[in-house]
Design a protein around this ligand. Sequence first.
Ligand code: NAP
Length: 336
Amino acid sequence: MSEPVSEPVSGPVSGQVASHREIVIIGSGPAGLTAAIYAARANLAPLVIEGEPSSNSDQPGGQLMLTTEVENFPGFPEGVMGPQLMGDMRAQAARFGAEIVTAKVSRVDFAERPFRVWIGDPDAAEPTHTADAVIVSTGARSVMLGLEAEQRLIGHGLSTCATCDGFFFRDQEIAVVGGGDSALEEAGFLTKFASKVTLIHRRDELRASKIMQQRAIDNPRIEFAWNSTVDDVLGESKVEGLALRDTVTDEKRVLPVTGVFIAIGHRPNTDLFSGILDMDEAGYLVTGADRSTTNVDGVFACGDVQDHTYRQAITAAASGCMAAIDAERWLESRTD
Ligand code: NAP
């Protein structure tokens, strides 16, 4: 990254007065940082609460921090490393006056304006910040298998995004884990590149829709490993194979592959907004059609936290731009 991450910020001490901002942005992936660039260039001096590192799948900068080479973000003909791209977005936001704090929001109260945002102790009487408008860009995370090797090998043959990384596996034998629509969609896409894709599913029946099932069954490059779980991903510095276990017979075997895509679902990071912002049944925030508005006037959402369809850095960045413009116009037009 081109700019060091600042030290985590602690919560307010008793009696501390909350600092007020026109815009507070919660989250710092491509959506949040693009919103910050636009809001800062509109002279709104946004505060970005970027999160803080707590695990490999949860850190400032979002999912691109877990990616190695990004080849599909326009403007980088030679590609760019995910952390470099996020570092540059962060520096660009800071250059125009966005303040970025390395901390996690622990509680929000959007019941009345100004909105209230806590860092640190969620039970503290006073919030850390108040804001006229809030942009939520807390992203989503891929559900992982929970193996230690996933942390070590993500970006080194282990991926959660076929659109992003499929290109790197031309003429190779790889695997996809999962039995839902995502897994089958990823497997189908990956057969454009890979010579063989083994779909590993823990049962003998797919969860995916019938049409996706039929497509996968008809695809000669997809093989199925039924009733199989991944006990381990093999390889020290890059993926070399999978240790599989048959869920019926308990038989163990090694599947030699150079890549594995984990496609067992996504979870939006929306716990903080439960009961406050409208969500769909999967927990994604609901925004207005072609807008970033939420059910709370003055609170906007952008990026993967409200998008389970595209989930790309460029679409997240675009929706961050929309959220900043929506927020700016809303701030200008309000009468209270
Ligand atoms: P999903 O439907 O929840 O499927 C997750 C799959 O992962 C299931 O097959 C599940 O196995 C498996 N799984 C979960 N945890 C696992 C674990 N720890 N170890 C091994 N396997 C595990 O998730 P999704 O496929 O991401 O789809 C999410 C939603 O988006 C669905 O409603 C889907 O229809 C939709 N979607 C639609 C499209 C499309 O229409 N083109 C594309 C993608 C997604 P079990 O089956 O045994 O539970």
